[in-house]
Write a protein that binds this ligand. Sequence first.
Ligand code: ADP
Length: 446
Amino acid sequence: MGEGDRRSIDSTRDGTRERQRVLLLCAGIIVLFAATDRVTLGYFAWRPLVVRLLWALFIVATALNLRGAGRARTRELMLALAVFSTAFYAALAALTGGVSSPLFHWMLALPVAIAVVIQDHPAAIVGSGLTMLAGGLGILTAADTAPALCWQWAGTAAIMVMLAAYISGSYGRLHAREAALRRAGAEADTRARASEAGIAARDEFLAIAAHELRTPLTSLLLQIDAVERAVSLSPGGILGEVERQRIGSIARQAGRLSGLIDGMLDMSRLTAGRLELNFDRVDLAALAREVAQRFAPDAAAAACAMKIDLPEPLVGLWDEARLDQIATNLIANAVKYGAGGGIEIEGRGGADVVQLIVRDHGIGISAEDQERIFRRFERASGQRQHPGLGLGLWITSELCKALGGKISVSSAVGAGAAFTITLPRRSPAAIESQKPRLPDMEPSRA
Ligand code: ADP
């Protein structure tokens, strides 16, 4: 049984219990008002009391029968309740003075009262209306009332029945709308749970796949490294220039593959909150210079002139490997998306914070895309010519947060992009007090 079905059964049970409570209350009121019959008649009579007791018993029996009744059975019970209640009422009116009884004057309001108690059952109201017409006309005829007055009473009764049927229909529409809303809410909940389970399964699959791929790739990278070294040691050897270039290309592709797999591993660590940080004294300026140096061949291949403006040491307590990853991601993106233009790497140091800015003059990012690119697997639109998973900036943003900082972007389409990371220098005490944190699944744009 689905969650939605369970909820609908629960709400039906609640509705039945509520209806039973109202019916038992009505039965109590009917018995309590037995005292008014004595006042109306001026003496005690057994017959009205017996009618009231039978009526109350009938209501109690109906309330008990409602338990576990399906839709069709409930409809039948409500119809019987409306018809018999009207009949009992008419009998009471007849036994307490007929046309002159106060109960007879209130008889016209009976269908409306029944519509309020037995909501959304128009058939029951019509049944009660017909019984009321028969009972009322019977009382009027027994009192030798003029036919014109009888017609007038019947006309008023018909209007009251129509009003009651309208009230009952409105309740029905209202309840149907509420039920539809409840169903829609339950379906949305079920869908959200299914999609959460799907995301969890995807994350688990990515974590396992990345882990399994890492082991053979590490050995492959070592082999490629050994081959490259052997080739460089024998420049005049048996390998020609074309073969050397091919080995270089294999090394680059394997390096790219390794970067992608590392990204997947980082993603699974971050989503599982298993990121470990080793805080130490690091000079961000020296580190950024070193990373830029590493990218010099790629930048040259992409016709990017790199300008480094890191005049002073930018020292703080950070995790060096993670900081390297942040700088690597930003410079790699600048080379990838800023090909053919200049790249500037700047550093600024304040008393408590430092900033690293990586600026390129490439394709740029539209304002709408700037909202998304820091989320997992999100890429700016129209990026098919540049391969990528859309994970680098999410990881960078999460790492910045883990180091107590933030990342922001300033860009326009066709005008390049400048990514700025801002990190607190941090004191050892501040690091000590840092509690382990779970990263957000969808980081907000800094
Ligand atoms: P990937 O580069 O693998 O797609 P990233 O998370 O590093 O993933 O970047 C997300 C997206 O942000 C990229 O797909 C690209 O659309 C956009 N982007 C990132 N850096 C730049 C940049 N320097 N210039 C233009 N667009 C960029």
